[in-house]
Design a protein around this ligand. Structure first.
Ligand code: GRF
Length: 208
């Protein structure tokens, strides 16, 4: 196996379809990455089961098991650091990351969000997009900062909103595009790098 593979630590809270897409991509040597750690903030996440079945190190770190949120954040930073990741991928992780995690991996944490930011940040993006009546929805991959869904945008993809869409059908259409974007962009970041210029972020090889 190629020892130069880039190391991905993935944070999940749910079913983990984005994680599964990354793991599938990592099966191919050309992708050049491996998932080395999966952390969930709650019990019962499909993402943890998927990772365990593949023999990947996992951890469940619940805020309520720590006296203060700061201590959860510090423990999370230490757990992630132990896996020596090249990139931390928040993939459906439903907690804001705190200062310890942000300081430990400056500029090396990405999050995938199921709306076209800056519209509809937060956890109800597709439902709010549908309720607002937009004709195009989508997903955004961005660099995590201390704000909620406010970091520099690395990639965005659009899907049509159809007249007969429900929250569920729209969410599923977004997630298909979102997974493809996540895999493509993380691969390009890890193989060729990226740069940040103020509010703007650029892949060094956007076709990579
Ligand atoms: C994704 O659509 C992400 O944007 C949102 O939660 C979903 C996670 O899906 N925050 P999964 O757990 O990767 O299937």
């Amino acid at each position: 196996m190629n020892d130069d593979r880039r190391r991905l630590a993935v944070l999940v809270s749910g079913g983990g379809s984005n994680l599964a897409a990354l793991m599938d991509a990592c099966e191919s040597p050309e992708y050049g990455c491996e998932v080395v750690l999966v952390v969930a903030d709650r019990d019962g996440c499909g993402g943890i089961e998927t990772a365990q079945a593949a023999g990947i190190e996992t951890a469940v770190m619940r805020v309520r098991d720590f006296p203060h949120r700061d201590e959860w954040d510090t423990a999370l930073a230490e757990k992630i650091a132990g896996s020596a990741p090249d990139l931390v991928v928040s993939a459906g992780f439903l907690k804001m990351l705190g200062p310890s995690v942000l300081r430990s991996f400056p500029g090396k944490i990405v999050n995938t969000h199921n709306s076209l930011l800056p519209s509809f940040p937060g956890i109800h993006g597709p439902a709010e997009a549908l309720a607002y009546g937009v004709k195009i929805a989508g997903a955004t991959l961005f660099l995590v900062d201390e704000g909620m869904d406010t970091g520099q945008i690395l990639a965005q993809c659009a899907v049509d909103v159809r007249e007969d869409d429900t929250e569920e059908t729209l969410l599923e259409r977004i997630k298909v595009a979102e997974r493809e974007q996540l895999v493509r962009t993380v691969g390009a970041m890890m193989r060729d790098g990226w740069r940040v210029d103020g509010r703007r972020a650029f892949l060094k090889n956007p076709r990579g």
